[in-house]
Write a protein of this length. Structure first.
Length: 166
């Protein structure tokens, strides 16, 4: 999966590949192999050379706040596929239907029918290309209908859920 990261006004291309319990991450031109373990609100990041970091991570929209020791980093990470989904600043488009951007398997449905969600709230996790992709709400709204369940296989463009803007 390819992402674009922005840190201190610098654009950094990221490529992430999942290999079992580890990740291969290409930052710029350098590949890094790492294990990421989550325990409560803390995460342990271990690099292949044995270096280990204890960190906290908080996400709000595309901004990720990462704290390692006394250092804090605010990194914006943008999924180019999510940009294709965006149809404007704070609206759903005409239909309110959230669609799969690529074929995959529904790993989790994170909301229930009738749930009130805010823009950026995770709705569904779609597993595609060995990666889990969280599909966020494009606007504030109410989940009107869910068309999929965990385990379903979907094609690109398939209807996932209907969201009524509020």
């Amino acid at each position: 999966m390819i992402f674009n990261a922005r840190y201190r006004d610098e654009e950094i291309p990221l490529e992430v590949e999942r290999h079992g319990s580890t990740y291969r991450v290409k930052v710029g031109e350098r590949w890094i192999v790492a294990d990421l373990i989550t325990a409560g609100g803390l995460r342990s990041l271990r690099l292949e050379d044995g270096t280990q970091f204890l960190l906290t991570h908080h996400r709000e929209g595309t901004t990720h706040q990462i704290t390692i020791g006394a250092s804090q980093f605010d990194v914006e990470i943008v999924d180019p596929l999510a940009l294709r989904r965006k149809r404007g600043d704070d609206h759903l488009g005409d239909s309110g239907i959230i669609k799969a951007l690529m074929p995959g398997r529904i790993a989790r449905v994170l909301v229930e029918k009738g749930a009130e969600v805010r823009r950026g709230t995770g709705l569904i996790v779609l597993e595609a290309m060995k990666m889990e992709n969280e599909i966020p709400a494009p606007a504030d709204g109410v989940v009107d209908e869910i068309f999929v369940k965990p385990g379903d296989t979907v094609e690109g463009g398939a209807d996932l859920l209907h969201l009524i803007a509020t």
